[in-house]
Design a protein around this ligand. Structure first.
Ligand code: C5J
Length: 270
């Protein structure tokens, strides 16, 4: 009898076929061939999403929503973003669209992954040039209203309440801008057989862009959800999205959260 535990987030388990380790040299697409029948019967639909530069067909069984660094340190006054002189209120625009995309993915059993940028308490994983940037009283590790700035375990390092992870959703702690650098994200995605990422988060041109480039080189197809991302600099947000989708989608594709929701609804109605 088929088990569909992968799609029950509370079960935190995967069916046997998904737990099997990937074979060296196997392309991500090959995994589909071995599991298609099983996954179809698990009820995960194929959706069409109106993306740029072109519409895409996405099998939700192999897709994940990744939410990059929606942390208090970036979105709230008194954190890392503010310490660098930024107007943090500019990032608020991404919260509601992100919340809608997150709710839709949770409802349909699409894998959800969160990331957080931050450092060890002794800052041993923080490059010196990163720590020494800016006003000494506001640097990484300095005490602030939300605890030590950009340090793991401090209140500011936490994900904002609106998008708080639930049980079964992996949280990737990363010391750099890219979510793959010095983390186990690639391993987590491969074990879940993910080949497509819906990418949300902040900031568009820094951690979102870096992660998309890293993902693209590792063979993941990225669809950046434009309104679920934000920047302290509106022009960098716009350019960051343009860079992803230029030249036929050189790093990935861009779509609105509405396009994702519509794609899901159409598939559900079919
Ligand atoms: C930045 C990030 N902007 N999460 N981090 O320093 O984009």
């Amino acid at each position: 009898m088929l088990q569909c535990l992968r799609f029950d987030r509370r079960a935190q388990q995967m069916p046997t076929a998904r737990r099997a380790a990937p074979v060296d040299g196997m392309f991500l697409a090959d995994w589909h061939d071995t599991e298609d029948t099983r996954l179809k019967e698990c009820g995960m639909p194929m959706i069409t999403i109106e993306a740029e530069p072109a519409p895409l067909h996405v099998d939700l069984a192999y897709a994940a929503l990744i939410i990059i660094d929606m942390q208090r340190d970036f979105l709230e006054p008194g954190g890392f973003g503010a310490a660098l002189g930024n107007d943090v209120s500019r990032l608020k625009a991404a919260v509601e669209p992100c919340r809608n995309a997150l709710a839709a993915c949770r409802r349909r059993g699409v894998a959800v992954i969160h990331t957080r940028e931050g450092h060890r308490a002794d800052l041993s994983d923080a490059p010196r040039h990163k720590v020494e940037r800016g006003d000494p009283s506001l640097r990484i590790g300095a005490p602030g209203p939300m605890g030590r700035i950009l340090v793991r375990g401090e209140p500011g390092h936490d994900i904002i309440p609106e998008l708080y992870p639930i049980s079964g959703e992996p949280v990737i702690d990363k010391p750099g801008k890219g979510a793959f650098y010095q983390t186990d994200l690639d391993l987590v995605l491969r074990n879940l057989r993910i080949d497509t990422l819906f990418v949300c988060g902040v900031t568009t041109e820094v951690c979102v862009n870096t992660t998309v480039r890293e993902a693209n080189d590792r063979g993941y197809r990225c669809i950046v959800l434009s309104d679920c991302c934000a920047s302290y600099f509106p022009e960098f947000h716009d350019m960051g999205l343009k860079m992803v989708k230029a030249q036929g989608g050189i790093f990935g594709s861009v779509a609105s959260s509405q396009a994702l929701l519509e794609g899901m609804e159409l598939a559900a109605a079919a």
